[in-house]
Write a protein that binds this ligand. Sequence first.
Ligand code: HEC
Length: 149
Amino acid sequence: MENLKRTNLRQYLSPPLGLLFACLFTPAVVLAELSGSLEEDAITKRLTPDAQVNIDTSGASAPAGATLSADAGKKRYEYTCKMCHGTGVAGAPKLGDKALWQNRLAEGLDTLVQHAIHGYKAMPPKGGCATCSDEEIRKTVEFMISQVK
Ligand code: HEC
């Protein structure tokens, strides 16, 4: 009698449980499949800047105190800042767009550099490049400004 009751209970419970699992996991699997390629792209994009820091011997990742190459700012911009400043993500002033930079230029280079180093509203400190020296960020801001002058 006891055994019978238990089996019955299990029979009643298992379909709803099965359904519940199906509901929980199917969308997750489908979503994972769908977003897989997108996610990979996004991850590669996010990883690229700092992954390249380690293998780049041209001066783009020069330690503090070392002389930065003449195009260090441009390189850093390409690696780190372009992902936002190339298209204007989250209201980032676009590279080369004089109208968008006009008021910011009025703040003066030093303020812009400080904002780039320490962050400013939606602008993350050093654009997220924790390994960048202040000098490298200054060079990068100088490069960005040179594009709107
Ligand atoms: C995650 C996106 C993002 C990245 C990466 C990023 N920025 Fe920005 N940046 C912004 C946004 C958004 C603003 C506008 C902030 C505001 O004024 O609301 C901004 C503003 C700025 C400004 C203007 C600050 C001011 O005072 O008006 C400078 C200079 C700047 N960024 C430099 C850089 C440099 C240099 C890098 C790369 C090392 C970089 N940014 C990377 C999003 C980004």
